[in-house]
Structure formats: structure tokens, C-alpha cells
Write a protein that binds this ligand. Sequence first.
Ligand code: NDP
Ligand code: OXD
Length: 312
Amino acid sequence: MTRILFYLDGYPHDAWRQALLTADPSLEFRSYPDWGDPCDGPAYAVVWEAKKGLLAAYPNIKAVFSLGAGIDHILNDTSVPHDLPIIRMSDDGLKEGMAEYVLMTVLMHHRQMPVILDQMKKAEWKRVYSKPASAMRVGIMGYGALGQHAAAALKPLGYDIGAWSNSPKADEDAVTHFTGAEAFERFLARSDILVGMLPDTEATKGLLNADTLTLLPKGASVINAGRGSLIDIDALMEALDRGHLSAATLDVVPDEPLVKDHPLWSHKKVIITPHIAAITRTDTAANYILENIKHIEDGQQVTNVLNRKIGY
Ligand code: NDP
Ligand code: OXD
């Protein structure tokens, strides 16, 4: 029988219990703090921001599933054993959610919604003129499960897409690929709307800073739906204030929740969304978790496992 040790602070667990039991009625669902004895038989942990030290205290955990695509919340706990497989969420619901968010925000930037919202506050009826989508170069930072799905949603609108990632990829219809540090400046220089969908790793922290934001074309805008650590917020506000950048939409910030008196809230070129770009859906995630458990039990290869060498 599959045993699941579930941890999700501050949210009701019933929907998860129900979704997992619907996908496999025979499983045992144990919701924290009722995880039982650490020496009970083998189990799989399914967690979001678990208490530090908890995973290490249960030596019979065979693998840890992150309830999100990001696994930084697990790696922040240095006591987690290095040989414990950590599996990213990568279900269809998360991909659909992110594609919707990126489509919405790219269109808002392309059609200058921050300018229109600011005019609206001043009761100004003034036309804004936007380029056609085919003349807008969208730069996707991170072409993983979410970046690829978002690009597929943007393609039918005719955007000229560039995608930056670690490993080489063949160019596709409407998507030009850029690989690694060597191509970063060229990628930035052709990104009118830059969209961050990168994991939080040593290599991605502070990647968008005073030096690199300046490499974006004048009038460019930035959307971040990956992790807040990507952007130096002071440098971003400086680039917005001096007119180098036209707008920013941030779903993630370095310290969440964003404090009430932070200047980002009232910046006329900034839209803040409260880390909702893609919220894990119980139905699709339950099937994803149980399919992967089955693969592990059958001795098959599991995808989306953390590679500790690269940090995602
Ligand atoms: P994946 O692991 O599938 O993809 C990560 C992508 O980033 C890959 O294309 C990878 O390159 C690229 N990458 C990683 N490090 C670098 C680097 N140093 N330089 C260049 N490219 C790099 O992750 P997902 O697409 O599933 O998710 C991405 C992130 O989105 C998550 O880690 C999470 O932080 C965030 N997220 C945010 C949500 C929100 O609501 N705001 C919701 C869900 C996720 P390569 O292809 O070569 O490996
Ligand atoms: C995730 C998130 O990582 O919601 O899935 O941020």
C-alpha cells in the first residue's frame, strides 16, 4: 500500500486527501502533524515549505514530491539527505495556469496596460498606440516545462519569441534559442518583453541587476513569474524611473509577502500579483504524483527529479 506523508501549512488538506484517494483509493494519506512513527514502513512525502528537519527525521521516505514546480523550499532545509530524490511538480494544470498568466501579462505589456491604468486614475482619455505582435520580441528566460507551454500559447498571436536556457535547443517555428551565459547579452538585447520563468539557483540569483537590465532595449518591460531572487528590485525601480524600462509585472519578489509600505505597490509602472501565476491544481497534481510513484515502484526512470549539480 502506498503511504503519503502530506505537508501544506495554512491550507485545508481535505481537497488533497480527496483528490489523492480518488486517484488511488487504496493509499494511506497522513496529513501533518499526524505522520506517525518515523520508523513506520516506506512512504512518499508530498510537501510545500515543510518544517525544517522534518524530512530528515523520517528515514523511510523514498522520495519527496514538491507541491510546486520550484524546489527551493526543500533545498532551503540543509538537513534534507542529499541522496533523497526530490521531484518537481510538472502537471498539466500548472502548465496551463502559467500559460494563461504569461499570455495575459505579455498582452498587457504589449498593449501598454500600465500606461492606460495610470491614465485612468487621472481620468485621461488618451489613445496609446502599440506595435503589431509580429514586431514585438518576447524573451522567455527558462524554457522548461512552463516556458515551453507559455511559448506555445504566445505563438498563435505572432510574437517573435526568443528563449534562453542552459542547454542547446534546436530553433523552432517562431522561437529562436539562446544558450547559456555566452548568449545572455544577445538574448537580452532582443527582448522587448522579458518574461522570467527560471528556478531559484545559485546561477539565477540577481541575474537581472543594474548592469543586465541596461542591456534590454530602451522601452522594454519585464515580467517575472519564476522566483523573486532573479531581480535586484532597487535596480529595477531605478531603470523604470529613468525611463529605460517601460513597465514591470511581478508575481514573485525577493521577500514574500511584499511588505505593505514597499514602494513597488504604488509605482505607476508596476503591477504586482501575489504569487498566483500558476497554482497547483489538486486534480491534475494527484494523478501526476501517483503516476510517478508507480514509475518508482516499477523501477522506471522518473523525470523532473532534482539534479543537485545544477540545482533544479
Ligand atoms: P524546469 O526545470 O522545467 O525549467 C527550468 C528552465 O530554466 C530550463 O529551461 C532550464 O534550462 C532553465 N535554466 C535554469 N537555470 C538556468 C540558467 N542558469 N541559465 C539559463 N537557463 C536556466 O522548471 P519549470 O518550467 O517547471 O518551472 C520554472 C520555475 O517557475 C520554477 O522553478 C518555479 O520557481 C517557478 N514557478 C513559479 C510559479 C508562480 O506561480 N509564480 C508557479 C510554478 C513555477 P534547460 O532547459 O537547459 O535545463
Ligand atoms: C511553484 C510555485 O513553484 O507556485 O509551483 O511557485
